[in-house]
Each structure stands twice: as C-alpha cells, then as structure tokens.
Design a binder for this molecule. Sequence first.
Ligand SMILES: C[C@@H](O)[C@H](N)C(=O)O
Ligand SMILES: C[C@@H](O)[C@H](N)C(=O)O
Lengths: 167, 167
Amino acid sequence: EQPIVSGVAHDRSEGKITVYGVPDVPGKAAEVFNVIASANVNIDMIVQNVPRVETGRSDISFTLPITEGKQATEALRAAQDEIGFEDILLNPHIGKLSLVGGGMRSNPGVSARFFDALHQAGVNIDMISTSEIRISIITREDMLDTAVRAVHQAFNLDADEEATVYG
Amino acid sequence: EQPIVSGVAHDRSEGKITVYGVPDVPGKAAEVFNVIASANVNIDMIVQNVPRVETGRSDISFTLPITEGKQATEALRAAQDEIGFEDILLNPHIGKLSLVGGGMRSNPGVSARFFDALHQAGVNIDMISTSEIRISIITREDMLDTAVRAVHQAFNLDADEEATVYG
Ligand SMILES: C[C@@H](O)[C@H](N)C(=O)O
Ligand SMILES: C[C@@H](O)[C@H](N)C(=O)O
C-alpha cells in the first residue's frame, strides 16, 4: 500500500503530565483516568510504554490543555497514596507535531524519513505515539517551529497548508 | 463534542519489540527506525514515553507482524553498539485491542469506562497509545478475547460487529 502523506499538524496549546511509577497491576490505569474524568479534565494523547523490568512499574503520560494542567496534577496528587504511584510531573512547555497521512503502517521508510528530518534539525523527541494515519511526537515548545519546517521540507509539503487532523 | 464509539478492533497477529535504554539525544529514534526500514520490516504502533529521570534514557517499543519479529530483533542487535541502547526484547505473545470512534479526545469518561472494563475483567494493560479516534492497548495474547468481550459489554456494542479500523 502506498503511503500518502497529506500534511503536518502542530499544537502548542498543550502541556504534558507524567505519572511515574504506577504499579503494573490491573486497575491502575483505570484509577488514574477516573480521577481525571472526575476532575472534568480533557485529555488528548495518552502514552504508556511497557513496565520497567527492575521495578514492575510503568509511567503513564498524557497531554492536555495547558489551562487544565494544574487542576489535573492536583487531583492526581490527592490520589497518590491510593493509586500508589511514585511521582507526578507537569511540563507546560511542550509542542506536539504530527505527520498525517494514510497507509503509513506498512511503510517504515516514512517514519525513518520523519525521524531523520527531526534529527537533522537538532530536535529531540520526548514522546512518540503512532497509528496508521499519523505519527505524533512531543518535543520542547521552543523547538516546535524548527521541527515543523524540517518535516515540511523532508516531505515536500507546502508550508502554508495545515493538515486537517482526524486521528 | 459527543463521543461516538463505533466498535472494537482486535489483532493477535503481532509481536512487540522493546528497545530499552535508548540515549535521549536527537537522532536515536532515527537510527532505530532506519535499521528497521533497511531490514524491510513493517511496523504498526510505535510508543515512546518520556525518558527516565535517573538515566536520561528512553525505551522505544513497537508492534509488528510476529513473522518479522526475529528479523527485526537481529537487525537491531547488530546495531546495538552504534545506537547505544541497553537491551532489546521480543514478545510474540501479545494482543492488541482498540476502541474506535470519534471525538474521544474531549471525553475523559470514555477512556475511564474503557479502562474500568478491562480492570473488571482482570486484564492487565501493558501499553497504551491513543488518538482522537481510537484508544489502543496491548495486553497478553491469552487475555485478548476476555478483553474484547469486556469492552463490547461496557459500551453495549454488538459482539459480532468488528470496527472498521482506520486510525
Ligand atoms: C500500569 C497500568 O496500565 C496497569 N498495568 C493497568 O492495567 O492498569
Ligand atoms: C529517545 C529518542 O527518541 C531521542 N530522544 C531522539 O530524539 O531520537
């Protein structure tokens, strides 16, 4: 299947929360997101990688509107003993960039080109989350414009066109 | 925006590779996925969470067809010194489950309900990756059917309908 890269979307309106050291047992992700739901906080991207072998704990990160960062962090802090996580950190200075398209799953060359472009531009990648129709990364807010330009160039995209983002 | 949950997709044809302890400097994700692209391996979901504060290193996980697991692992092992990662692990016994819909970003109640359903069914969540149109998790392969039934029930979905998955 030929990949179709339709554009680049970027967002600097978000912050990131990382809940460190969540016990890797059923129900813990549920506890975290129940606290979030009860606080009426809107969440965008959730990322959890595999647990640390040495600790049996996982980190759960998510992005959200910067304006809701404090509220979400305080709600989770209040539930820290109950959930049993080790720490929580809020970083308001992030930028999110997504390469949007289709059929990207069967095209490792697309992600390689995307990550190469960011490397060449000196952009450090903090988080990665992908689907068949988009590759999303989180980087520092002050590197976002550099990253967007680099990816536009690498894929010969018109820098004035912003991708309509659905995924 | 009202969330629309259209269905559940599941996949047991994949394995998971985790590259542990990747140095958190620009270009490392590029190196990993260049090795993968050169090996002609197809990748589905990529997940990278924030670096470990103590080590300054990140773990990068991705899913791929089980049939390509060995090839991908060996290609990365051969590049271990160059990339500088600490370890690599292949787990062929995973199941992927996705809740598919729309407008899920502004609905923390949807993810809470999803994670609650998995908790009630005793399903442990190994990885999480979400977008506006889907919430995907990785669990053990032998828990996948249990997980699918639980999520169908929680969202009153017809267990015979499989979501058409685009995201
Ligand atoms: C860490 C967290 O995802 C846990 N494994 C759970 O299932 O809730
Ligand atoms: C860990 C890896 O993603 C690294 N931060 C990079 O930018 O390539």
